[in-house]
Design a protein around this ligand. Sequence first.
Ligand code: B12
Length: 211
Amino acid sequence: MADFEALKNSVIDMDPDRAVELTQSAVAEGVAPLDIVNTALIPGIDVVGQKFRDFEYFLPEVIMAAKAFKAAFEVILPQLNEAGYEPKGRVLIGTVSGDNHDIGKNIVIALLQGSGYEVHDAGVDVSAQRFVELVRDIKPHVVGMSALLTTTMAVMRDTIAELSGAGLRDSVKVIVGGSCVNPEFAQKIGADGYGEDASEAVKLVDRLLAV
Ligand code: B12
């Protein structure tokens, strides 16, 4: 009998080896991959997000828990694909040009993947032109931009302008985040939304795509 509670706790306890072991045995028992994600992994990372907000967990704990989550998710991913798993949507996300901070972006990616999105990581130091190229290639439903440096915030505005110039603005929802950005700035540059943290990012994408 698959131990969902133990698997959930392995994410909360930041234990990738245990997470992989429990996921492998659940898969071997024939548990549906989506059940593993929805019943154990997402509830686990949700608790981690909550602990982070409550200052009970700090950055190292979140990164380790995200690693445990990712390790288990990698075991399941081929099964999900075989099961004809349909992602909820496609998201492209990157840190804007001039900015190399990626810890927050990576947490957003882990939570979006965990909640069923296909996420393409554009990496860091991504220029407006590069975002446009990637939107053309990947055709995401949502583009997310992260910035932590006030000096790089303007790249978000430039990217939206470039997307409009390329005739692509209406084909994607644009969301922004990072500690130097706020809802007023998002509105001012014509983004479709702002997410304060990774859980908010997931809720925002769900809302924008109405899933
Ligand atoms: C770690 C860190 C670094 C690391 C980065 C390591 C890495 N791989 O990311 C290193 C040491 C390399 C670094 C370098 C620099 N840093 Co630094 N750094 C930080 C620090 C301490 C933590 C950032 C962090 O990871 N926070 C934790 C994550 C989880 O939070 P987050 O990024 O905000 O992400 C959350 C939300 O914002 C949101 N989110 C994030 N992105 C997105 C995107 C979307 C679409 C959505 C919806 C949501 C969302 O969800 C995330 C998860 O909840 C901050 C200070 C701080 N307390 O914020 C300074 C800070 C950001 N750094 C700063 C500076 C100045 C620099 C340097 C210029 C220093 C220097 N003189 O060299 C360089 C810049 C290098 C560069 N070109 O990018 C300043 C920025 C000031 C400003 N406002 O402009 C800060 C604020 C420190 C300070 N108080 O002065 N830094």
